[in-house]
Design a protein around this ligand. Structure first.
Ligand code: HEC
Length: 130
């Protein structure tokens, strides 16, 4: 009856709003973008990503431009998905060295100084850089 339908409508709206609020799960690309653009980051106020990485095509600062990184990340290291490659590049930067760049230059302690959520957010943001 009418009242029953209203109850269903209310339930449906609550569910829809709930899903919208979660939008994209826990990993937040916009939070990651903010983190990426900070000049200092993490519990030890270490140099931020933008101090070494440009987001403009072909602009190499200290590290490679991250423009388009999402498109190549999945084929950078065999056996690693784009997500795994990006995460590992942040936490263990010397596991794989991008061609043309030197080992030991990328800041090595993010794994200890960033929270899991911060790393997740950074990865989510970088996955949007197609
Ligand atoms: C002190 C300079 C420096 C800082 C700061 C730095 N990086 Fe790097 N990064 C590098 C260099 C140099 C390389 C290339 C050498 C290598 O592969 O380790 C690199 C490589 C990478 C790669 C692999 C890129 C590719 O094109 O395949 C990713 C992803 C990355 N960095 C993410 C980050 C993120 C995210 C941050 C901030 C949390 C960050 N970097 C901060 C210097 C830096």
């Amino acid at each position: 009856m009418h009242k029953k339908r209203l109850v269903w409508l209310a339930l449906f709206l609550a569910l829809a709003l709930g899903l919208a609020a979660c939008g994209g799960g826990d990993d937040d690309g916009s939070a990651g973008e903010k983190l990426f653009k900070q000049t200092v980051i993490g519990s030890a106020s270490s140099p931020g990503c933008v101090t070494c990485h440009s987001l403009d095509v072909d602009v190499a600062l200290v590290g490679p431009s991250q423009a388009g990184v999402a498109s190549r990340a999945g084929s950078s290291v065999s056996g690693q998905s784009a997500e795994q490659y990006l995460r590992n590049s942040i936490i263990n930067p010397n596991d794989h060295i991008v061609e043309g760049f030197a080992e030991g230059v990328m800041y090595p302690n993010y794994g200890a100084e960033l929270s899991d959520q911060e790393v997740d957010d950074l990865v989510a943001f970088m996955l949007t850089l197609k």
